[in-house]
Design a protein around this ligand. Structure first.
Ligand SMILES: O=c1ccn([C@@H]2O[C@H](COP(=O)(O)OP(=O)(O)O[C@H]3O[C@H](CO)[C@@H](O)[C@H](O)[C@H]3O)[C@@H](O)[C@H]2O)c(=O)[nH]1
Length: 452
């Protein structure tokens, strides 16, 4: 790590260690590291997150572990929110302590703070250190805008109001109150995660810059509204597009070979992100739909498929389907044989679908997923939500056939192809994401004071 030790500027990056947050944040950090000579990056996340995120060493980026907040002897009891709540109880103290440790180990003060945008406390830490704060938003611009409007929305629609209606923002035509990310106007708004997001909405205007994992052309009206609210709002994404090279693809289960054996736009790819498995009755419904439709399918499914899927399903569909615990999703979606992506509407999945030119069927679970699903369906028109919002055999069959076999499906493919071209342009030299990235590099380079 000679590059790390010898650099004169020092940037601390604070990651949110759950869901798919640390990976794209590390991707943008790598890009910055490549573009900023003489700068070292200390990447702070939990040990578990760092272990899974840092697959290879980077000369100028060093991982540091921050306390996960778990009580001694804690064992996971099946509630996925529990570790998040413990972690959030420990911040910002855990991060402040870790930053102090990094500074004393390296002997170099921090020149600039980059954090997941979730961390409103980044503003206070940066003020205290008298350095700039760059907040990185890892979902779509719409979700960010709505979090900024939380208080206004609560005043207009109340909290946990059972009446559903269209949102009161003209730019959000087609989006209903029920599509709002959880915690804005529904659920336990005082729970740690909604409270964190509320604080974020209030504090983000203190950031020197907001950096987003999207591209300007995808949702330009909303992007323009965000530009008016912040002194610097930079779409520099998709982060994953720019930094993953084919040499880093892990295809130990032979997914790409398998996909290659099928006709163009014929394969159903199924994957629900980094942490979700649909409930058993929905898995059953999806399996029945796959069996009856007989489309070839590739499924990234965590856990033991024998235990989770209906009896005999694996044997009966062995010639048609392949089930793996992890798949190189980005590369699969870019394969011409893939015709539809059955997913949960996670933001990275939306971006990867666009890049791959593959229409989506979304079954959202939490956070921004319902908003993304509705936007993909009724605003952008290159995917579908399910009838009733969950998997039923008939609903899944209808959606699969519509996308793979109908004119309407062809139109969706055409709409997503337009976006694929736009995102391709955005990351080319002189493209919007590239130009915004240059602005970010300038900001980071100029604001870091030289340490002799
Ligand atoms: O077998 C697999 C499964 C997943 N992935 C990757 O994992 C990521 C999944 O990301 P995303 O689609 O965003 O889903 P989550 O992991 O669920 O992401 C969390 O973080 C996102 C960004 O804030 C939010 O949009 C989601 O709602 C939230 O659940 C993608 O890059 C996939 O390519 C693989 O490569 N192989």
């Amino acid at each position: 790590m000679e590059g790390y030790k010898n650099a004169s500027k020092h940037i601390a990056v604070l990651a949110f260690p759950f869901g798919t947050h640390a990976v794209p944040l590390l991707n943008i950090t790598r890009q910055l590291s490549d573009a900023c000579p003489d700068t070292m990056f200390s990447f702070l996340s939990t040990q578990q997150s760092n272990n899974s995120t840092f697959s290879k060493n980077h000369d100028k980026i060093k991982p540091f572990n921050v306390w996960d907040g778990l009580p001694e002897g804690y064992s996971f009891r099946g509630n996925p929110y529990e570790p998040v709540d413990y972690f959030l109880k420990a911040v910002p103290g855990s991060f402040i302590k870790a930053i102090d440790a990094v500074v004393s180990e390296t002997g170099k003060p921090i020149d600039c703070l980059i954090t997941d945008a979730f961390y409103a406390f980044g503003a206070d830490i940066a003020d205290e250190l008298n350095i700039p704060w760059v907040a990185v938003w890892l979902s779509g611009p719409r979700a960010l805008f709505l979090h900024l409007q939380t208080d206004v929305i609560r005043q207009h629609v109340g909290i946990n109001n059972p009446e559903d209606k269209p949102l009161d923002f003209p730019e959000f035509s087609g989006i209903r109150v029920t599509d709002l990310p959880n915690g804005i106007a529904s659920g336990d708004i005082d729970a740690p995660m909604p409270a964190l997001l509320h604080k974020m909405g209030v504090s983000l205007s203190r950031a020197t810059a907001i950096v987003a994992n999207s591209y300007e052309e995808l949702d330009s009206t909303v992007v323009n509204m965000l530009k008016l609210r912040f002194s610097m709002f930079l779409n520099v994404g998709p982060f994953t597009l720019v930094s993953i090279s084919s040499s880093t693809v892990d295809d130990s289960h032979g997914c790409l070979d398998w996909v290659s054996k099928h006709e163009a736009a014929s394969v159903v790819y199924i994957g629900f992100g980094s942490s979700i498995t649909p409930p058993p009755h929905e898995l059953q419904a999806l399996c029945e739909a796959l069996e009856e439709c007989e489309f070839p399918f590739l499924w990234s499914l965590r856990g033991n498929p024998e235990k989770q899927l209906p009896q005999g399903f694996l044997e009966r569909t062995g010639s048609k389907g392949k089930i793996v615990p992890w798949a190189p999703q980005q590369q699969i979606l870019e394969h011409p044989s893939v015709g539809v992506f059955v997913c949960h509407g996670g933001w990275n999945s939306v971006l990867e679908s666009i890049k791959g030119n593959v229409p989506m069927i979304c079954r959202p679970f939490f956070g921004d997923q319902q908003l993304n699903t509705r936007t993909v369906d009724v605003v952008w028109g290159f995917g579908l939500g399910l009838e009733g919002g969950t998997f039923t055999k008939e609903g899944a069959k209808k959606a699969l056939k519509l996308i793979l076999c109908s004119q309407e499906g062809k139109k969706m493919r055409e709409k997503i192809r337009v976006q694929k071209e736009l995102v391709g342009k955005a990351v080319k030299p002189n493209g919007s994401s590239t130009e915004n990235f240059k602005t970010l590099v300038k900001l980071v380079s100029n604001t870091c004071h030289q340490v002799d």
